[in-house]
Design a protein around this ligand. Structure first.
Ligand SMILES: Cc1cc2nc3c(=O)[nH]c(=O)nc-3n(C[C@H](O)[C@H](O)[C@H](O)COP(=O)(O)O)c2cc1C
Length: 235
C-alpha cells in the first residue's frame, strides 16, 4: 500500500477538482434568493438501484416540500449507475481512462438557487450505502472550494428493509458529514421532531404503504422547505 504525503494529498485533491472548481458559486452568491423569487430543493438518492424504495421515498418528501409554497421547485437526482470513486477525495488519482461522474454533479449542488438538499440512502448494515459514502467524500471538494454548500438546508431520509433496521443511526452518520459542510441540518419538525425520514421498504406494498415512515418523510420535506424559505428571506 502506498502512503500519501500531505503535499500529495493537496496536489491530487486540487487536480481532481479542477474541472469542478470553475463552476462552484461563491458562498456570497447564496445570500439572495433567485431573481424569479423561487428556490430549489434537490433530493439525491444514494441507492445503487434506480427508481426503487429510496427514490420513491424521496419523491414523497419532495412532494411535501412543494406543497409548502409555490416558490419551491424540486429535482430528484439518482446516483444509481453513476461512477463516483470516493478515494479521489483522499488524493488518489483516477486510473487512466476511469470514468468519473462526480464533476457533472457539482454545478447542480452548488447552484445558488438550490437552498435545500435532501440526502436519501438505503440502510446497509446499519449505515449508509457505499455510494452515499463515496458521494459525501467527493463533496469535500465543495468544502475546499468556497464552502459551496454552506448555509444550504439539509435533511436525510434512510430506507431500511426492516422497521427498526438502523434508519436513525444511518441518518446521524450522514448528518455528520453535512455538519462538516456548514449546512443547516434539520430533522422532521412538528409534531414529533425526530431525526429525519425513517422508512421501511419491507411493508407489504413497499415504502408507499409505510404509513409511519411516510409521515416522517413528508414532515422532513416540509421542514426543509420551511427553513430554506426562511433562510432565503422568503417567509
Ligand atoms: C448489503 C445490504 C445491507 C443491508 N443492511 C440492512 C440493514 O442493516 N438494515 C435494514 O433495515 N435493511 C438493510 N438492507 C436492506 C435495504 O436497506 C433495503 O432493501 C432498502 O429498501 C434498499 O433500498 P432501495 O430499494 O432504494 O435500493 C440491506 C441491503 C443490502 C443490499
Amino acid at each position: 500500500m502506498q502512503d500519501i504525503t500531505r503535499r500529495d494529498f493537496v496536489r491530487n485533491s486540487v487536480a481532481a477538482s479542477a474541472a469542478a472548481t470553475a463552476v462552484v458559486a461563491p458562498a456570497a452568491a447564496q445570500a439572495t434568493a433567485s431573481s424569479d423569487g423561487a428556490i430549489k430543493i434537490l433530493a439525491i438518492s444514494c441507492s445503487p438501484r434506480k427508481g426503487k424504495s429510496t427514490a420513491a421515498a424521496l419523491g414523497v418528501c419532495l412532494q411535501a416540500a412543494r406543497e409548502v409554497s409555490p416558490r419551491i421547485e424540486t429535482e430528484l437526482i439518482e446516483l444509481a449507475g453513476l461512477r463516483i470513486n470516493g478515494s479521489v477525495a483522499a488524493g488518489i488519482p483516477l486510473a487512466e481512462g476511469e470514468p468519473d461522474d462526480f464533476p457533472r454533479l457539482v454545478p447542480l449542488l452548488a447552484d445558488p438557487k438550490v437552498r435545500g438538499i435532501i440526502l436519501g440512502t438505503p440502510v446497509y448494515f446499519g449505515n449508509m450505502s457505499s455510494l452515499c459514502r463515496a458521494f459525501l467524500e467527493r463533496c469535500m471538494v465543495l468544502y475546499q472550494n468556497k464552502l459551496a454548500l454552506s448555509n444550504k438546508v439539509a435533511g436525510v431520509v434512510a430506507v431500511g428493509g426492516t422497521r427498526n433496521g438502523g434508519q436513525e443511526v444511518t441518518i446521524q452518520s450522514v448528518q455528520i458529514s453535512l455538519f462538516c459542510q456548514e449546512m443547516i441540518i434539520v430533522g422532521n419538525g412538528r409534531p414529533h421532531a425526530r431525526l429525519g425520514g425513517t422508512v421501511w421498504s419491507g411493508a407489504e406494498g413497499g415504502v408507499l404503504k409505510d404509513e409511519f415512515g411516510l409521515t416522517t418523510t413528508k414532515a422532513l420535506g416540509r421542514r426543509v422547505a420551511e427553513v430554506a424559505l426562511r433562510v432565503a428571506g422568503l417567509s
